[in-house]
Design a protein around this ligand. Sequence first.
Ligand SMILES: [Zn+2]
Length: 329
Amino acid sequence: MGEDLERLKRRVPLLEYLNRHHWKGHRVSTGPEFLGLCPLHAETHASFYVNTQKNLFYCHSCGRGGDLIRFVELSRHFSFRQSVAYLAEELAPTTQLLVHTAAFYQLELYRHREGMDYLAERGVHDRKLIAELGIGYARGGHLRAYLQSFGYSLERVLEAGLINPQGADTFCRRVIFPCRQQDRIVNLYGRSIGRAFPHRLLPRSKGGLFAWESVRHFRDVILVEGLFDLAVLWQAGFRNTTCAIGTHLTPTQLDQLRENPDRCMYITFDQDENQAGQNAAHDLLHALDKAGLNVRLVDLPAGHDPNSYFVAGGTAQDFAHLLEEAASL
Ligand SMILES: [Zn+2]
């Protein structure tokens, strides 16, 4: 336990934690100490010291001090045990880093036209939905400085795959969808607005089904391949749509679909010329059928996916008709 605590404290240095929570301190001369207003109470005269070498804080006004865990106890009114759990989970470095990154990309979407133009091209125009899905835009070139202002080290940003070893942003000219699981961002999906590598996920698990918490309550569930498919379907009112991000389902995603055997599944994969989508859909159909689910295959016109179907003028009514016509096994 003691060793784990030390490791936890090393992974989240006190100053980094404070900076992320918008504490502003300035370095005292050239030493390892920073000074600022005490975040534990209101004050106008700075008396809160952070020693980055010892990883400790002390406030000369309220007389309280200690390490990161002590700070969490005091600032959040948590017990020791709660504080440790909080730090281990909520501040799992990458989770928090992805939250900040996604927020940055969301801001960028409104700063550069090309992201919004691309969304419009793909038929996504509902601003409320764009905000709800947390869609953003990575223009490239600015992320590093933004994250460093929160105290993230370059190594950590590199480790998460957000920059390459040369220091350049990994996501460049891409529309970004945060992949959420239990309201937590587990990965970022970037769709290129140009030709280079159409899509890319960060080198980590894609997690479970997209927004499964809000979809699992429906008896009828529509499963699609891509996040743009999901976006247009949600926009058209089909909120019972989830996405596997690709045609290959992880064991977690399969288990999620199988958790309710009374479920009716509508698989709506791309109608690829090379049959890849159709073949994947058939394999999945058999796996789910074996689990006792009522599975149906939605037949889109040749060469279409749900996104292009709506962009080409398909309406919610048309799509509802396709669902009605969907053949079961
Ligand atoms: Zn104080």
